[in-house]
Design a protein around this ligand. Structure first.
Ligand SMILES: Nc1nc2c(ncn2[C@@H]2O[C@H](COP(=O)(O)OP(=O)(O)OP(=O)(O)O)[C@@H](O)[C@H]2O)c(=O)[nH]1
Length: 424
């Protein structure tokens, strides 16, 4: 499908100032060292955590940098080994959690570390296995990690990335996955813990697989997912759309899709469309973003990229009893930006026609989210209807976001009250 793109129409309504370059300001990156020697987290509020664990050099930091910081995959060759837990706040629209990158060489289940503190509030534990290496030791460590973490917190979702599969043949990938799954299942059965569920993904930072895996992992943590899926289903059925993805623009993670089956090709082509639009924005919008001097360009220099990686942060401990006063104001900022964007109706949109008669149609929902639809050309002839339905969809998404934001705030306030009462 990817080689059928012959008729590229320039974006019908790409407004660079309101569009993509500005979005990269919205990526709030925070790498902190707020985990003390014994594993205590001095900043944590009550965001779900995603833990990246696995043996040394399995690829944990590379995954974190490529997916969340837009590091080019080849640059990960120069990453140094992680020596203590690296935390990063990821706060974007419906995605709101912390990623913790663990050093591979330390056993955090030893008594020197407070495992309740580390694993008590975890949403997902991602265990990374280097598939290009001898993985027997990694499988043993996976078993030890899963069983130990489960004893601390049985609500953790366990995800296994069989990683670095870019160098492997398709047959070898399948055999490796089957072998790892079998060994792990046997070990869990021997420990009478076969009820623990693990999900497996074949991944590489050099293709879409890592984004697809993270999309599935992160969707499990998005409480609004059923609502978002319903909205997408309604949009698709009323507009003749075959498939629709709601993407987080910076990470290219799709946070929801309609309930028709996801095929890798449709995901890849939609994800590539984001890159195409960003490239076009960089060509036609660079002057604008350079002149206002605010936004580093994604296709720009290394300095741009590092500016992006260290761009506005949620400053830990900058207020609030739980140390997330910054995140609170960030949420407000996002909310007000979203409503401003609704007011000025200044979303980017773009259309790509494929030779097989399909049309890819992109609409910016707000500065953080884009909707990408695949539909047949006949269905696109009624694009007035599609645009009207999209406006309804956009308003509904804004409502859901406002509702979830209010709910998070009141939960945070409740949690703070509980902490205050306990400390009295
Ligand atoms: N071929 C290939 N190499 C990868 C991939 N992901 C990471 N690597 C390489 O694996 C090496 C180790 O990656 P890191 O991210 O530093 O590994 P780590 O697990 O964080 O290591 P520690 O910090 O020591 O625990 C680097 O040279 C990466 O370039 C992948 O998908 N494919």
């Amino acid at each position: 499908m990817s080689n059928v793109l012959v008729n590229f129409l320039p974006p019908v309504h790409l407004k660079p100032n309101a569009g993509y370059s500005a979005q990269y300001d919205d990526y709030h990156y925070q790498a902190t060292d707020n985990v003390s020697e014994n594993g205590e987290d001095n900043t944590a509020g009550h965001k779900p955590r995603i833990l990246l664990m696995g043996l040394q050099r399995s690829g944990k930091s590379s995954i974190q940098r490529v997916v969340f910081n837009k590091m080019p995959p080849n640059d990960t060759l120069y990453l140094e080994s992680t020596t203590k837990i690296q935390k990063e706040d990821v706060t974007r629209s419906f995605i709101d959690f912390q990623v913790w990158d663990f050093p591979g060489q330390i056993n955090f289940f030893e008594t020197a570390y407070d495992s309740q503190e580390i694993f008590g509030e975890v949403g997902a534990l991602i265990f990374v296995i280097d598939a290009q290496d001898d993985y027997r030791e990694a499988v043993n460590r996976l078993h030890y990690t899963v069983t130990s973490a489960y004893r601390v917190n049985p609500n953790i979702t366990f995800e296994v990335l069989i990683h670095k599969v870019d160098g492997l043949s398709d047959d070898y990938k399948i055999d490796t996955q089957r072998d790892i799954q079998q060994r792990t299942a046997d070990a869990l059965a021997d420990a009478q813990m076969e009820h623990i569920h693990l999900s497996y993904y074949l991944t590489s930072i050099y293709d879409h697989s890592i984004y697809e895996a993270f999309s599935k992992i992160i969707q499990k943590l998005i409480r609004e997912l059923p609502t978002l899926e319903n909205l997408l289903n309604v949009l698709c059925s009323n507009s003749g759309i075959d498939k629709a993805y709601l993407f987080d623009t910076l990470t290219k993670i799709y946070i929801a899709t309609d309930s028709s089956p996801v095929d890798m090709q449709s995901y890849e082509i939609c994800s590539d469309m984001i890159d195409v639009i960003i490239d076009i924005e960089c060509i036609y919008g660079a002057q604008n973003s350079a002149s206002n001097g605010t936004t580093p360009s994604i296709s720009g220099t290394d300095e741009d990229r590092s500016a992006l990686a260290s761009s506005p942060t949620v400053s830990a401990g900058s207020g609030g009893a739980n140390g997330f006063g910054g995140a609170d104001s960030l949420q407000e900022q996002l909310m007000s930006e979203q409503s401003q964007s609704t007011e000025r109706e200044a979303e980017a949109s773009s259309l790509i026609k494929l030779t097989n008669g399909d049309v890819l149609y992109l609409r910016e929902v707000n500065r953080l989210l884009v909707l990408i639809c695949i539909l047949r050309q006949e269905s696109f002839e009624k694009h007035g209807l599609i645009d009207y339905n999209f406006q309804c969809f956009k308003e509904a998404i804004t409502d859901v976001f406002e509702f979830s934001n209010q709910r998070n705030k009141s939960q945070l306030a409740d949690d703070n009250n509980i902490v205050d009462n306990n400390s009295e």
